[in-house]
Design a protein around this ligand. Structure first.
Ligand SMILES: [Zn+2]
Length: 71
């Protein structure tokens, strides 16, 4: 019997964007995840700023990961 406690891989946090995540508007690498009650949207920096005023009041969560991705 394997010792699963020693090898368990924590699930990837759903808020972590990767290089495969793309802006829903232009297809650039996503930097911001916007969580809405209807679902998630991914935006690049440009479109995050473009939609911020409109979406932020309605967003459940606004996760700006541009800093970590630029590292
Ligand atoms: Zn974009």
């Amino acid at each position: 019997m394997r010792d699963v406690t020693g090898t368990v891989t924590p699930p990837a946090p759903t808020t972590t964007l990767t290089a495969q995540d793309r802006c829903d508007r232009c297809g650039a690498q996503a930097r911001v995840r916007v969580v809405l009650t209807s679902g998630d949207l991914l935006f690049c920096n440009h479109h995050a700023k473009a939609y911020e005023d409109k979406l932020k009041p309605a967003a459940v969560d606004w996760v700006d990961e541009s800093a970590s991705l630029d590292a």
